[in-house]
Design a binder for this molecule. Sequence first.
Ligand code: BES
Ligand code: ZN
Ligand code: ZN
Length: 468
Amino acid sequence: MDLLLSLSKQLPKQESMVLLCKSLSDIADFSLSKDEKYYLESSIKKEQNSMIINRYDYYLFIVICSDDLEKIRLSAHDLHSTISKEKIKSLTVVDYSKNKSECLAFIEGLALSNYQFLKYFSNKNPHALKSIKVHFEGSSEDLQHLQASIMGTYVARDLVNEPFSYLTAPQYSIDIKRLGKEAGFSVKVFQKNKIKDLKMGGLLAVNKGSMDPPTFNILEWKPNGAKNEAPIVLVGKGIVYDTGGLSLKPTANSMDMMKCDMGGSAAVVGTLYAVAKAKLNLNVVGLIPATDNRPSGNAYAPGDVITMHNGSSVEVLNTDAEGRLILADALSYAKKYNPKIVIDLATLTGAAARAIGKQGIVAMGNDTETMAELKASGNKVHERIAELPFWEEYKEDLKSSIADLKNLGGPEAGAITAGKFLEHFTDYPYTHLDIAGPAFTRHPLNFRGQGGTGIGVRLLFDYLKQQN
Ligand code: BES
Ligand code: ZN
Ligand code: ZN
């Protein structure tokens, strides 16, 4: 990310500034001309909360903050379009409202709006903004943490935005290794032979139709003297492209965004990136099974019975319900860490997307404490969580007449039966996050951008910071 946040001790001169305040009286000491004051007062009367003063060689942006952090992020996003149009390279945000979290939310909105994915354009037209200086009551550590979580979100967006023509499973592992070197977390990659040795039958079955071998990626951040001995394990669905396999998706629309089917794992990579950059004092492990899912002469087929890493047999009744098969192997592999907590993220079901759309994350699990903490973080960063029931009865829908369970539930409660399938492979406190709705947006969506949104990174980073 080429946008740098830094602490500014002094007020700048002759440089563009954002003055954050609760009301105009907060900036009474700031030297403004009579005309400028008149303009601000009359704008406020018209209920405007964002004003621009053009001083020819620099700008003053005056923003009246509400106490709703998401509204502040959105007003930062609105301002970003002017900042970008005017090709402003450097900006100082001055917090006259004396509210650290509101100031950080403003910078977050601005920085997330500055994201672009330009790799495939011949004529790249990057935003000019490269530096935000912050004059506020917070510390440089506050800014480093924010910078880390924004960089992690950029990482997740970049990975999701990469098309399958580039990001095959082996290439994904190469990129994860590069990101590990950059941020400081370690990366181990299991290749197909090792995956066979480990009898990861779910990952191998989904991979059968692919031109490329699968990979199983282990990301680890383990600082000396970490607060938790037993790690927090994050598991991410790494389907680099989902055609549905032999249970082929209809081509009209349903396949065009399926490069996003590794969005859960991108959030895991982005979170590890942020945690390592911020040097959080926690043991965190990321597990990412990766492959594409497509039909071919050798592809796995509806009716197949496969044996999973934990020894359970599964009747495959729909090859498009592939995410749960690769995740199940990763979840049972997670047992060897004796984890404190396991959280998985996955673009798992259309049912979750239909239930709540892009407005949040569908969650379920058996770990009430983690669920409550994740909900609190979700409200803070506005990656909100809607919890679904996780009652035992839903498991009935997964009964098979030929194997231990089937990979398809009934016609109802598709998001929950998928979660129940995953739970079968766990024996630790477990939370499942289905991000099928919010992981990707076809149309520009405020500071969340267009394409990969990077959802999950800010949520998990905030949650982990609380555990730190
Ligand atoms: N990757 C899809 C889920 C998805 C849908 C992600 C929309 C993002 C946006 C998943 O693998 C899938 O195809 N699920 C099926 C499961 C069904 C066959 C039980 C679904 O939801 O239709
Ligand atoms: Zn699928
Ligand atoms: Zn999928």
